[in-house]
Design a binder for this molecule. Structure first.
Ligand code: 13P
Ligand code: SF4
Length: 329
């Protein structure tokens, strides 16, 4: 890179660096600037928008994403996109959901290996067996599943609407798949009897009640916000439980002096940028799947238009119905 080009690039990307300078050291910025600049140009060239989950790293979340949010917001926003191409900076089930809701658009994911321990924990055949065992009991499926599993379900849910979805069914018993802890947490909130599946999020299952007690002892006055994929004992020790978007809203509304987000690591970085007045205590766990998405891979995906997400039409139709039913509630 010539010196003139390099200083030009730095000047062009300076306003973006301003956004993230509290979480990205200046020495690291030149390593990001070239990819960011190229991605912004490629988005225009390809008529593409980037949807990014709240767990994406700050240089993706704050510098190249057009729409950010939790799984529910990304599904809703995917339906409003005008552009012909959607690049999903997140994991595979999110890209599949965007494709289900936008069958005519090209949906790209920068790394096909960006999976999810929950989605990997259950197959469509498992759901069919459960239906046989519990005839007539409705199946509520977390969006963190493959399209094939969604296709076997009555309705989907996310962490942001799980309680509302279960209550909307108006029945005393539901099957809720595949996150055992989310299902237990929703059963405790609603009083509905829930048949669970032994799937876990590999990020949230590692937090313990002891971690929370130690945090409170070490940081007096700390406000503890936990994701509902955490074990019930962690939820019981926390001040608030909600989806990633609900945690962000909580910080924005309540403006706690000191907070811990009991969830994936990038959340605190992304939220801290917008709330310099709050101290974020940061024990966290990384999601290896979310972290497969990087700026160079996003750039490569837009250059090559790969990897395009496709869904078997026989699966797509019933899976779309389950997602649409959720969005109607
Ligand atoms: P939400 O952003 O919907 O709360 O989901 C968290 C998650 O683990 C997504 O992978
Ligand atoms: Fe799946 Fe957990 Fe990673 Fe989300 S954080 S993608 S639920 S493994």
């Amino acid at each position: 890179m010539s010196l003139a080009f390099s200083s030009d690039l730095m000047a062009r990307t300076a306003p973006l660096y301003e956004r993230v300078k509290s979480v990205i050291p200046s020495i690291e910025w030149p390593a990001f600037a070239d990819d960011i600049d190229a991605i912004l140009a490629l988005k225009r060239e390809r008529n593409a928008v980037i949807l990014a989950h709240n767990y994406q790293t700050p240089e993706i979340f704050h510098c190249v994403a057009d729409i950010v949010g939790d799984s529910l917001a990304l599904a809703r926003e995917a339906m409003k996109v005008d552009a012909g191409v959607i690049l999903l900076a997140g994991v595979h089930f999110m890209a599949e959901t965007a494709k289900l809701l936008n069958p005519a658009k090209r949906v790209l994911i920068p790394d096909l290996g960006a999976g999810c321990s929950l989605a990997a924990s259950i197959t469509a055949a498992d759901v069919r067996l459960l239906r046989q065992r519990y005839p007539g009991v409705p199946v509520v499926t977390y969006v963190n599943t493959s399209a094939a599993v969604k296709a076997e379900s009555d309705i989907c849910c996310t962490s942001g609407n799980a309680r509302r979805i279960v209550e909307s069914l108006g029945v005393p018993k539901v099957i809720m798949l595949p996150d055992e802890y989310l299902a237990q947490n929703i059963a405790a909130e609603t009083g509905v009897e829930i048949v669970t599946w032994a799937g876990h999020c590999e990020v949230h299952e590692r937090f313990t009640a002891r971690d929370i007690r130690q945090l409170r002892a070490g940081h007096p006055g700390i406000v503890v916000l936990a994701h509902p994929e955490c074990p019930p004992e962690v939820v019981a020790e926390s001040d608030f439980t909600g989806s990633t978007a609900a945690m962000i809203d909580y910080v924005g509304l309540e403006r706690p002096a000191r907070v811990v987000l009991v969830t994936e690591c990038s959340m605190s970085d992304n939220v801290a940028v917008q709330h310099p007045g709050t101290e974020f205590i940061r024990p966290c766990n990384l999601c290896p799947h979310m972290k497969r998405i990087t700026l160079p891979k996003i750039r490569h995906a837009l250059e090559t238009m790969r990897h395009e997400v496709t869904i078997d039409p026989d699966v797509a139709e019933p899976a779309r119905r389950a997602v649409e039913r959720m969005l109607e509630v």
